[in-house]
Write a protein that binds this ligand. Sequence first.
Ligand SMILES: Cc1ncc(COP(=O)(O)O)c(C=O)c1O
Length: 374
Amino acid sequence: MVSKRALSIKPSGIREIFEMATVDAINLGLGELDFEPPKEAREAYKEALDQDRNRYGPTKGIDPLRKKVAAKVQRYRGDITHDNIIITASGTQGTMATFQTLFERGDEVLIPEPGFVLYEPDSVLCDAAPVPYPLSYEDRFQPDIEAIKERITPRTRGMVVNSPSNPTGSVLSFESFKALKDIAQDHDLWIISDEVYEDFIYSGKHHSFNEVIERAVVLNSFSKSFAVPGWRIGYLTAPLELVNHISNMQYHLVACPPTPPQFALAKVFDMQGEFVKKLVPTFMRRRKAMVDGLNEIEGFHCHLPEGAFYAFPSFSQGMPSRDMARKLVASGVICAPGTAFGEMGENHLRFSYAASEENISKGLAIVKRVVEGL
Ligand SMILES: Cc1ncc(COP(=O)(O)O)c(C=O)c1O
């Protein structure tokens, strides 16, 4: 009835848990901010509608927004201009357009595991083979450089990097960043760098692959950094030789990104830094509450994540993470099983601290009771 392609992609392991949840479950599974966007952003959206910005726009996005983005990205690489930027209809769609542009049958793409849910299906959907490389608890989820080198073959064409990471919350160290750059250079690989959490860093520093834009596509989004995941607007940076190809692919996926939110975001773009800066202390408090609480649970071990808003504890109860997450949701707490992010996520759970301190504390009390009662 449906194509082999449709059957080749698995349903989300996070969705399953959400579907089991009752309405009053405590949600520590959320992948979005629990804040509304600034009032000015909402006003600017309404204004865009009132100014009749309701038509198709350019496939690469509107120039005023591309120029604002370029000015931000120039902090990493001075010669990037708006010609390197494509506004996308979300990070998700930008990722799809990039994979479809770069990879094809016979190619191998290195992807982090545990890693965000798009990279495997996006590889499969362009007939390329995803080749997972490990991020392990013991290495504080920094990429295992030797393991990456071992996985490189003459067919390897690209390497996906995600820092700060979903689901681990780790931030690439300078050493890892440098090693990955060298690998890409030595083996002539494209780097696809997903930097949607770049503004959510609590310790360490963000190293952006915009620095090596000649061999990278850097994916970003307004979903997290402006709390507008429902607006479906992201952006990517690419070398000039790729921009028209990705834009051509984007045309056939969505024609153009949505017009009204682009005008709104161009208008309020300069507020974005302040908006996130104000949230960071709240997230640092929540992070501490989450990690301290998790480490008090028997058999749980959790590093202090350096970025994003996820904690990724290991647990030693010997139960599959899917069963553990199902047990927890049946008791009223939503979290994501580690295997939703690949097999190497086994024996882990992902907890989001985009939740109030009160809910973190209530939720973890339930987790402790359920886990210690096993
Ligand atoms: C690592 C990562 N990349 C990309 C995305 C996609 O974001 P969006 O499609 O909302 O722009 C997400 C969303 O959760 C994410 O966590």
